[in-house]
Design a protein around this ligand. Structure first.
Ligand code: PLP
Length: 396
């Protein structure tokens, strides 16, 4: 009898087209159909680089040491080397003002895979303020977890609050500064969420991948908020702050508070069964990026992104566009001009101006009517794209 192999029954429920893949396919087709037409990407949130000097030196040193069997490193601890866990904890203390124990820090190959592994720890509902970074919903769905969307919209200024939410014993995903809206939540908002999580027996998964872009006094970690260590897990990344999108390094912080230590225990178990840790040379490079020297060396690139965001926000607003975000974040969330849908705006900007932005609907139906513009690009690129977008807004 020919019995069919049983596959993951939840896979069909994941979004049909992963947003960034869909956008890049459309862009690829446009480029093939229009050779010679210069496109400028303010779309997918990758960075142009470079890696800073101390990072390159640390990676090279760690690699060349491997020639000698005396210094050779084979399998490392799956939760990361102690020096890397300590480097993250010390970065939090020095630069963020939050006290984190190195033993609560798990380092790995980025925030996205950390989120995927973290979701393996839960069998509860997952509350996601939407529009949201697509990985939250897709990873939860692939594991058969029910997702509950909490609207972020113009009415609430894209700031979700727990008022009226009835979600006991759930996992609540918060991202600040937020992708895609570019909004950073203030202390009062995060405090309301922490109190809600404590009251409702829930756990917060806080994604702070963009903390380095906060220049105001808004929190750059959930652990600066009172009580968070009892109910919150945090993921972070060097992808955008130190241009590590290709190097791959991120972390998960799990104190003993959430579920009385059970989350930490299960995460440790999951790492042990399915992961062998980030490469040694990448962990050494990350240690360098997290040092004071690394922080200072990354600063000029961060400043370029921040200046780009401020310039885009200013000039687009002066051209009559409605813009959210862009202050403590490299992302701007622009209302579609001329009553277009987000995909129509994406296609209009691409076909008429050669500018690639990301359709808001790719971040969930709640993102309809908006596009995300990324400032993670070179200054000249952004200036050129800005002039084209302004012209498109005028004629739309
Ligand atoms: N979290 C958010 C909100 C992101 O926007 C991204 C990447 O764009 C990630 C996590 C993934 O970061 P990493 O490159 O460390 O996997």
């Amino acid at each position: 009898m020919n019995k069919k192999i049983k596959l993951n029954e939840f896979a069909d429920k994941m979004s049909e087209n992963y947003l960034f893949k869909d956008v890049s396919l459309r862009v690829k087709r446009f480029k093939e159909d229009n050779p010679g037409f210069e496109t400028i990407s303010l779309g997918v949130g990758d960075v142009p680089g470079p890696l800073c000097d101390c990072v390159i030196k640390a990676a090279e040193k760690a690699l060349s040491e491997q020639r000698d069997t005396k210094f050779f490193r084979g399998y490392g601890p799956e939760e990361g080397y102690d020096f890397a866990r300590k480097a993250v904890a010390e970065y939090y203390e020095r630069k963020i003002g939050a006290i984190v124990s190195p033993s609560d820090v798990f380092v790995g190959d980025g925030a996205k895979s950390a989120i995927e592994r973290l979701l393996c720890c839960f069998s509860c509902d997952v509350v996601i303020p939407a529009p949201a970074y697509p990985a939250y919903k897709d990873c939860a769905t692939a594991k058969g977890l029910k997702t509950i969307f909490l609207p972020k919209n113009e009415k609430n200024g894209f700031v979700p609050l727990p008022d009226g939410l009835d979600a006991r014993n759930s996992l609540i995903v918060l991202c600040s500064p937020d992708n895609p809206t570019g909004i950073a939540y203030d202390e009062d908002v995060l405090s309301e969420w922490v109190n809600y999580a404590l009251r409702s027996g829930s756990v917060i998964l806080f994604d702070n991948a963009y903390e380095r872009f906060v220049t105001s006094d808004k929190p750059r970690s959930i652990y600066t908020v009172k009580g968070a260590e009892k109910c919150a897990i945090e993921v972070g990344s060097l992808s955008k702050s130190a241009c590590f999108t290709g190097m791959r390094f991120g972390w998960t912080i799990i104190p003993d508070g959430p579920a009385d230590g059970a989350v930490k225990k299960i995460y440790t178990r999951i790492l042990g069964c399915g992961y062998n840790g980030a490469p040694y040379c990448v962990q050494r490079a990350a240690e360098a990026a997290l040092s004071d020297v690394g922080f200072d060396e990354c600063e000029p690139t961060i400043k370029i992104f921040a200046r780009n965001a401020a310039m885009l926000k200013n000039e687009l607003e002066n051209s009559g566009a409605t813009i959210y975000g862009g202050s403590d974040s490299p992302y701007l969330w622009m209302k579609c001009p001329g009553g277009r849908t987000s995909f129509e705006t994406f296609e209009y900007m691409l076909s008429a101006g050669g500018v690639i932005v990301t359709p808001g609907s790719g971040f969930g139906t709640a993102g309809e009517g908006f596009v995300r513009i990324s400032a993670l690009s070179g200054e000249e690129n952004v200036k050129k794209a800005l002039n084209r977008i302004k012209a498109l807004i005028r004629t739309s």
